[in-house]
Structures are given as structure tokens and as C-alpha cells.
Design a protein around this ligand. Structure first.
Ligand code: MSP
Length: 661
């Protein structure tokens, strides 16, 4: 068998002075979609992301946090890595610019550029902020520091310079020879005119920054952050030994429009100077804006990915990000638009088509995919439309036009809905002719659904995996080869799998309120929550469990008396969408009925709790858990290493509302 063709793609490596918002999530999601898509087209794919950990901003943030820089960045890098994993978009290679392998690669690249005559020592003059100890890029004499607002001073320092000016012609020739290098086209013109207007040599070391990769034998010089950061793409796949891994040059760098110049001018110039292969393509996407401005923590307008994923599932966020905005353009983020898409396209669209098709097959054909009988022209039209959508969708994926790919797929879903409404298989009788017709209609719909499922898989990996199971298909949907996908491959007689929860409908305003409340909890963590019975994501749960006795301080009876506990009776119990571990209970505590959330969903079935008497802490301040108000706490023991909650109860009959003393 011929070796697979390789595909190496990257996201930018993210700064560690903050945590990911949906702008960063956008790039990483797109990278993951392309990775899955390329794998389904038979490529061996490596996707890299990572953290950009050097520079003066990190120096400052670490100082503010009162920890050494290395400790600060290690924690932040871990948080980024963990979030990508939690969101189901971990990279194949996670590169940190403090990794030894990366440090060696940067030093090696510098050495090659220097040996080839493209590096010289010179003097850099710029505006410097003596309070922040940093040069202020693009500032003129008389300008104030944008960070602290104080006046800057003109300062000259000794630097190593990179002869960027020598690459004006080679770069312009390169753009001409490889017209696909800069995408989208509109960005290319911007870069070409920038290079045509002349390139100044670039200072690539600093002596005023401490937290950076040292230039060997030239301390206190450290590398300029972009010389350091860009090289991460190469260090992630072998660094100086890149040939062994066989992934370099990168096939695709995904970047935001703000950093395209670094990737399409500096980066290829560094590589040309070192005589190393140059990446094949840089694709610049636009920004997700909040109220028409770029998200930033200081403006307080960031949207976090986790609350959305918790409430609606990660597939919903992925779908929204890719469908709402044409890749390459800016777009606005709004919760309202997100929920509208969720309810209309996912819950009522794909989710509904899958569930009703399965339910009708279950009811009419004992849960086995029927065999189509004689085809009517209407069935053939549907088949033809779906078959031609396969080509369109693959073509849009190739062009990175995800919005159009999804639009095409959803128009196939709409056609199927119309087809069912016209054919009305539910109104057909049990006569032989009608049963035949029912079989044809349902087999046709199921085949359409199978094709949509395969094509949507790169964007909706979790839900399409569920639909695949529901359709009783063997193997994994991710293993289906897109190149061989065509109408007519659905095997009949196959039993359907278990029913699956796909996209439960949500009430828009309640969902938005809960997402915002979860985001608020995440952005402004309050005092540590009560001990949680299970190791949940945010370790919050409204059931208190007894911790192992510690060498704790003794408290007086007056302290204990501050806690009011009463006997309560559970009236209702239900699961909470987006919070696997929590149950929402209503509890009668004698004087009133309270809503309380308890982190016991993995150990207690809601129905088994109705009528049960429990011990309730009744004078706790109300708080929101996963966006749901909880007004009290149920007492439970914490058992075993996994902290299984066991509800405290009363072997004798007790009156509801009785105080525990
Ligand atoms: N560390 C540099 C990149 C070095 S790559 C060798 C950096 N980091 S960043 O964390 O500030 O930004 C990383 C990426 O996130 C950029 O491509 C940027 O465009 C993108 N985004 C940040 N906010 C964004 C939005 N609101 N919307 C979409 N993408 C945005 O730059």
C-alpha cells in the first residue's frame, strides 16, 4: 500500500497571559475540523497548537501574580492544554516555547541565518518605557506608553538584526510562483503591497527583556518574541531533525488576520535565510466580534467556550462558529444567534430528522433498516440531489468555505423534511403495497441521513457518532473514506442502535441566562465551593459530603449553631441539560419548598428520590450552580476514593421541617 500523503497544519501558539475565549477556540476548532476532514480523505495528519510563553507581558503577569515566570507559564500552559482536551480539540503536538526542544530549534535557526550571512549586529533605537522596562512598538518620540500611560524615552540598544531587506525580491517572486500561499486572496494584495513598499531590517534580539530564549554566547541577548514564536511550528515536528519526522514544511498555518504579516513576510524570510523549506499556505481568518469590537478581558466582553459547551454541547458551538461566518471574514458573536441556530438547525433540523426516521423504522420495521422497493421519480430526485451535494460539500471543504458546506448539507436536510411531509409514511396503511412504499421512503431517508452524517462528521464529531450508532452502522463514522462516499451504500436489514439524545430543545432566554451565569462563575470565581462529592469539572455541587477528619481546629457550639439544618422531603427531581453531575430538586422544608441543586446525578436516579427525607442546610446564601439557582444544600457522606455521595437519612419517621441539632 502506498504511504499516506502527509498534512501538517497549525494554529497560532497562544499567549499565556490570559485564558482561551471563543476567538482562540475558533481557530482551534477550524484546525480540528480540517484535521478530521483530511483524515477522512486518507491523509496522515498532524495538528499543532501550543503556548507562546516569553516576553515582557509574561514577565509582568508573573510579577503581578508573585510567582517566578517559569511557574506562571507552566500553570497557564496546563490550563490551555486541559481546556482543549476538555473541549475535544486537543492537538497532536502541543508545543511550549519554554520546551528544551524548542529552545534548541530557535538557537539552531539563528545559527543557520547567521552562517548564511543574514544576521549582523547593530543598534536599535526606539521609544522605551522605563517603568515597564520595554520598548513600545511603533511609538514616536513624545508618545506615552500605551500600557501605563507614562512618557516614553528614546533609547538605543545593541541588537542582532535580520537582513529582511534582502528578501524583498525573493518574497515577491515566491508569492508569484505560489499564488496559493496567502489566503484569502484579499489578504494577498495587502501583503504584496506591504513588501513592494520596501522592507526594513528587523531587530531579532533584545537586551532589555530578561524572560526569553538566550542567544548562545551573547547573553544578555534574548530572542525577539516573534523569532522565537514562529519557530515553534518547526520545533513541534522535529526541529533540527525535521526530516526524520517527515512533516515539514507545514501544509497550512491558520492564523487570525492580525498576525498575517508575521507569517507571510518574516517567517518565510527566516526560512529562506536558513535554506529551509517554506510552508505551503497561510490562511487568515477574521475575528469574532462582540458588539462590533474585538474581545478582550480588559473590555469585559469575552465569550468563554466552556459554558456554551456545557449547556449545548461542543458540537453546537462548532456548528455555530463555522456556519455563522464565512471563513476569512469578521463576524459578530451573539448568544441569541447561537441559540437560534441551535434550535432551528440542530434540534429541529438534524436532530429531529434522525430521531423521527429512527422512530418510524422502529415502529414499522421492527427496528431494522428496510429495503427500498420500486423507486418513484420523487425518490430518485432526492437521491440525485444528495449525491450531487456530496461533490459540492467536499469542494467547499477544500476551499475552506465551511459556511457554504454546511449550508449545502442543511439544504439536503430540508429536502428530506419536505420529502417526508409529502410522502407521509406515517399515514400509509399496513397493506402490502403501502408497506413497500413505507420501506422505500424510510430507506431513502435513512440513506440520505447516512450521507449527511458522514459529511457533517468533521464539524459535528460527537452527534454524528451518535447518529451512526443509531443507524446501526458498523465501525466508526470517522473511518469512512470520503472519496468513496456515494448514494446506495446503506445496508438493509441492519438493526438500529439504541436511541440517542442528540440536541434537546432549549428555551432560548433560560439557556442564555444559564450560559451567562456559568461564564460569570468562571470569570469571577467566588470563595471555594462546598466540598463536592464527585471530581466534577468545576467541583461545584450542592450536596455537602463529610470530608475525612483533618487535624482541624475545634469550633465552639455557637459556631455550629450558626448552621441551620432541617429535615426536608424531596418533591421533584430532574436532570439538568449541560450539567451531567447535577440534579435539580425541589425540597419541602416545612415552611416552604426550595429549589436545590445536588451533585448526585451520577449515583441517584431522579425518580428514586421522590418522597425521600433528607437533611438540608437551609440558611446558606443562594448561589448558582451551572447557571441554576440553588437555595440550600443536601447533606451526604462521601464514600470511597471517588467520593460517591450517600445521602444522609432518617431510619425513624421524622416530621418535615424538624431542626437538626
Ligand atoms: N502568540 C501570538 C501568535 C504566535 S504564532 C507563532 C498571538 N497570540 S494570541 O493569543 O494573541 O492570538 C492568537 C490567535 O487568536 C490570533 O490568530 C488571533 O487573531 C486569534 N484571535 C484572538 N481574538 C480573536 C477573535 N476575537 N476572533 C478570532 N480570532 C481571534 O497572536
Amino acid at each position: 500500500m502506498p504511504a499516506k500523503q502527509k498534512f501538517y497544519l497549525t494554529t497560532p501558539i497562544y499567549y499565556t497571559n490570559g485564558l482561551p475565549h471563543i476567538g482562540h477556540t475558533y481557530t482551534t476548532v477550524v484546525a480540528d475540523v480540517i484535521r478530521r476532514y483530511k483524515r477522512m480523505r486518507g491523509y496522515e495528519v498532524v495538528m499543532t497548537t501550543g503556548t507562546d510563553e516569553h516576553g515582557v507581558n509574561v514577565e509582568r503577569a508573573a510579577k503581578k501574580a508573585g510567582v517566578p515566570e517559569s511557574e506562571f507559564v507552566a500553570k497557564m500552559a496546563e490550563a490551555w492544554r486541559a481546556l482543549w482536551l476538555e473541549l475535544g480539540i486537543p492537538a497532536d503536538e502541543f508545543v511550549r516555547t519554554t520546551d528544551l526542544q524548542h529552545v534548541r530549534t530557535v538557537q539552531w535557526l539563528f545559527k543557520l541565518c547567521r552562517e548564511n550571512g543574514y544576521v549582523y549586529k547593530g543598534h536599535y533605537t526606539g521609544q522605551y518605557c522605563i517603568y515597564d522596562n520595554a520598548f513600545v512598538n511603533d511609538a514616536k518620540p513624545g508618545d506615552n506608553c500605551p500600557d501605563c500611560g507614562r512618557p516614553t524615552e528614546t533609547l538605543t540598544e545593541e541588537n542582532y538584526f535580520f537582513k529582511l531587506s534582502a528578501f524583498q525580491k525573493p518574497l515577491l517572486d515566491f508569492y508569484k510562483k505560489y499564488p496559493e500561499f496567502i489566503q484569502p486572496e484579499s489578504r494577498k494584495n495587502e501583503i504584496v503591497s506591504f513588501v513592494e513598499s520596501g522592507l526594513k531590517d528587523l531587530s531579532i534580539t533584545r537586551t532589555t527583556i530578561r524572560w526569553g530564549i538566550p542567544v548562545p554566547g551573547e547573553e544578555p541577548h534574548v530572542f525577539y518574541v516573534w523569532f522565537d514564536a514562529l519557530t515553534a511550528y518547526l520545533s513541534a515536528v522535529g526541529g533540527p531533525d525535521y526530516e526524520k519526522r517527515g512533516m515539514w514544511p507545514a501544509d497550512l498555518h491558520l492564523v487570525g488576520k492580525d498576525i498575517i504579516r508575521f507569517h507571510t513576510v518574516y517567517w518565510p524570510a527566516f526560512l529562506m535565510a536558513a535554506m529551509l523549506p517554506i510552508p505551503k499556505q497561510v490562511w487568515a481568518h477574521g475575528w469574532f466580534l462582540m458588539d462590533a469590537s474585538k474581545m478582550s478581558k480588559s473590555k469585559g466582553n469575552v465569550v468563554l467556550p466552556r459554558p456554551i459547551a456545557d449547556m449545548l454541547g461542543m458540537d453546537a458551538l462548532r456548528y455555530f462558529l463555522l456556519r455563522e461566518v464565512v471563513f476569512g471574514q469578521d463576524g459578530n458573536f451573539s448568544y441569541d444567534a447561537l441559540l437560534t441556530r441551535y434550535n432551528s438547525d440542530l434540534a429541529n433540523g438534524l436532530g429531529n430528522l434522525a430521531s423521527r426516521t429512527a422512530a418510524m423504522i422502529e415502529k414499522n420495521f421492527a427496528g431494522k433498516i428496510p429495503k427500498a422497493g420500486k423507486l418513484e421519480p420523487r425518490d430518485e430526485t432526492l437521491a440525485r440531489q444528495t449525491q450531487s451535494a456530496i461533490g459540492d460539500v467536499l469542494d467547499y471543504f477544500e476551499k475552506m468555505n465551511f459556511a457554504r458546506a454546511l449550508e449545502s448539507l442543511w439544504s439536503v436536510i430540508a429536502t428530506a423534511d419536505k420529502y417526508l411531509t409529502t410522502e407521509k409514511p406515517w399515514s400509509l396503511s399496513d397493506s402490502e403495497a403501502d408497506t413497500q412504499r413505507k420501506a422505500t421512503v424510510l430507506a431513502t431517508t435513512a440513506e440520505l441521513l447516512r450521507i449527511v452524517t458522514v459529511l457533517a462528521h468533521p464539524v459535528l464529531p460527537d452527534s454524528t457518532t451518535k447518529i451512526w450508532t443509531l443507524l446501526g452502522q458498523s465501525g466508526s463514522v470517522s473511518a469512512v473514506e470520503l472519496d468513496g462516499l456515494q448514494w446506495g451504500q446503506l445496508a438493509s436489514g441492519v438493526p438500529l442502535g439504541k436511541p440517542q439524545t442528540l440536541f434537546p430543545r432549549v428555551e432560548k432566554s433560560e439557556a442564555i441566562e444559564r450560559i451567562e451565569s456559568m461564564a460569570n462563575e468562571e470569570l469571577n470565581p467566588t470563595a471555594p465551593p462546598a466540598p463536592a462529592p464527585t471530581a466534577g469539572r468545576s467541583a461545584t455541587a450542592g450536596a455537602a459530603t463529610a470530608a475525612a477528619p483533618a487535624a482541624s481546629e475545634k469550633i465552639g457550639i455557637e459556631d455550629f449553631a450558626k448552621v441551620e439544618m432541617r429535615v426536608g422531603q424531596i418533591k421533584t427531581a430532574e436532570r439538568i441539560v449541560g450539567a451531567d453531575k447535577l440534579l435539580k430538586l425541589t425540597v419541602d422544608i416545612g415552611t416552604e419548598i426550595r429549589q436545590i441543586c445536588a451533585g448526585i446525578a451520577q449515583f441517584y436516579e431522579p425518580d428514586s428520590l421522590i418522597g425521600r427525607k433528607v437533611a438540608v442546610v437551609t440558611n446558606l446564601a443562594p448561589r448558582k450552580l451551572r447557571g441554576v439557582e440553588s437555595n440550600g444544600m443536601i447533606i451526604a457522606a462521601s464514600v470511597g476514593p471517588e467520593g460517591r455521595p450517600v445521602l444522609a437519612g432518617f431510619p425513624e419517621d421524622v416530621e418535615i421541617g424538624a431542626r437538626l441539632k
